[in-house]
Design a protein around this ligand. Structure first.
Ligand code: BES
Ligand code: MN
Ligand code: ZN
Length: 497
């Protein structure tokens, strides 16, 4: 989809706009938006409302042709609910309905003249982002591995957003498009089958991104990981035929002396559970266990496209978690890069085993902050369902500030997180009789003990952990990666510039 912004005013009127379709809002009390009023010179919209052909309920639509007050071929009336307060939900359903209609009409260009500035508690930037992300969602295809491709998108290909085209709004449009493209990469990687999307594939994707956007890139191989003494990460790869890859991307868009933000992604390209093997049903979905890594790569695509003026390092620890005669066994004790020994009581708690070494590696960048992103625990879905990612930080002032920043970025981008605790007391649950730490806690609070396990490896910097087990993909008929939390991460980074 091609987007632009245009302000319509008394000289440059919406009535004289030559386009395939103009979408305007009508409300449940039969009132209409300013743009609709302007187009209603011949009374067609009033008549439509009177007749009850459109109710004004959020997401209802009625297409009119030959509206006498409009130079446009069509006028799409879109229900927007209550005219006093346009809620975020009403606006979103109106946008979804508009785009759905646009996709099935015989026009290639259209204007969205919905009340973008009137959404309660939201600004026009939010509304612009809402349209761009929704349009992108509608066009996304999952046919990469189908022999017969799905039909290409039809209908409207060019959307003009009718709103004040100030610099801020224009910047938001560019950022929204970059975020949408970043989300697409994250989704594509997540959806690819695990025999294709291997650690090597992720490394090659990072290399391609680096070439396209002039990022620095480094891919550490097994030998180098051994030299770094990443005994914990490597223990997860023991059962796999696929070589592990430790990927580092560098975008130095800020001042040379500025400390970077470091993003660390869990890149388990398939999680069988290892010797502590998972149950069969639904195991295919463990191809999504690299979505943390995918979100780091997607966020890098977004910041590359934006040319973000900030120093950002991306780290992806990628491997498979497989059972075999050489696989790590429950009870094995491994030594992590920072020297702590870990008793692997459950080989299915592998995410923390790869992340702890990646988090130790992050120290070398003297980071401003480190954020790790991981499909870490099924328990996070139990706690928060599929709406919020789990956010964990320590509770001193610096970390409270970081948590607030991330929560705000989530709200701003409609990619929300909810905070869960990290407290010293939970470390009791991770005690081992034979090693410094066990890799699972005693029963209860599995997402919290997982976060607390990671906390042990992050004491040299300010750090946050995002558990995206419930938000990275959808199951069931709509199975597919969501592209989350790229909007949250990208917005967080934009807000730091
Ligand atoms: N990748 C899984 C977590 C997961 C499971 C995410 C289901 C989304 C859906 C992770 O590696 C894992 O297996 N975690 C275990 C931890 C347990 C052994 C303490 C879990 O959540 O069951
Ligand atoms: Mn696992
Ligand atoms: Zn996993």
């Amino acid at each position: 989809m091609d987007f632009s912004i245009k302000a319509f005013d008394t000289k440059n009127t919406i009535t004289s706009a030559k386009t395939g379709c103009v979408a305007v809002a009508v409300f449940e009390n039969k009132k209409m938006s300013q743009a609709a009023k302007a187009l209603d010179q011949g009374g067609e919209i009033t008549a439509a409302l009177k007749s009850g052909d459109i109710t004004g309920k959020p997401g209802s639509t009625l297409m009119l042709r030959g509206v006498s007050g409009a130079a446009a071929a069509r006028v799409l009336l879109v229900g927007m609910g209550n005219d006093q307060t346009v809620s975020e939900k009403s606006f979103t359903s109106a946008v979804t309905a508009t785009l759905k209609t646009f996709a099935s009409i015989g026009a290639t260009d259209a204007i969205i003249a919905l009340p973008m500035t009137d959404v309660k508690d939201r600004d026009v930037s939010w509304a612009v982002r809402c349209v761009v992300i929704a349009a992108n969602e509608g066009e996304f295809r999952t046919d990469a591995q189908k022999s017969k491709k799905d039909p290409a998108p039809t209908g409207v290909r060019k959307i003009t957003l009718a709103t004040d085209a100030n610099a801020q709004v224009k910047a938001t449009l560019a950022q929204s498009i970059a975020i949408a493209n970043g989300m697409n990469l994250t989704k594509e990687l997540g959806n690819l089958s695990p025999n294709v999307c291997t650690p090597t594939y992720l490394a090659n994707t990072a290399r391609k991104l680096a070439a396209e956007f002039k990022f620095g890139v480094e891919v550490l191989e097994r030998k180098q990981l051994e030299a770094l003494k990443m005994g914990s990460f490597l223990s997860v790869t023991n059962g796999s035929e696929q070589p592990p890859k430790f990927i580092v991307l560098k975008h130095m868009g800020g001042k040379a002396k500025d400390a970077p933000v470091v993003l660390v992604g869990k890149g388990i390209t398939f999680d069988t559970g290892g010797i502590s093997i998972k149950a069969g049903p639904g195991m295919d979905e463990m191809k999504y266990d690299m979505c943390g890594a995918g979100s780091v790569l997607g966020t890098f695509r977004a910041i590359g496209e934006m040319g973000l003026k900030l120093n950002v390092i991306g780290i992806v620890a990628a491997c498979e978690n497989m059972p075999s005669g050489r696989a790590t066994k429950p009870g094995d004790i491994v030594t992590s890069m920072n020297g702590l020994t870990i008793e692997v009581l459950n080989t299915d708690a592998e995410g923390r085993l790869i992340l702890c070494d990646a988090l130790t590696y992050a120290e070398r960048f003297n980071p401003a902050v480190v954020v790790d992103i991981a499909t870490l625990t099924g328990a996070c879905i139990v706690a928060l369902g599929h709406h919020n990612s789990g956010l964990f930080t320590r509770s001193d002032d610096k970390h409270e500030a970081l948590a607030a920043e991330l929560l705000a970025a989530g709200k701003q981008s409609s990619d929300t997180a909810w905070r869960l605790p990290i407290e010293e007391i939970y470390n009791e649950q991770l005690k081992s009789n034979f090693a410094d730490l066990a890799n699972i806690g005693t029963p209860g609070g599995a997402s919290v003990t997982a976060a607390c396990f990671l906390e042990n490896f992050t004491r040299k910097y300010t750090w946050a952990h995002l558990d995206i087990a419930g938000t990275a993909w959808k199951t069931g008929a709509a199975k597919g990666a969501t592209g989350r939390p790229v909007p949250l991460l990208a917005t967080f980074l934009i807000n730091r510039t």
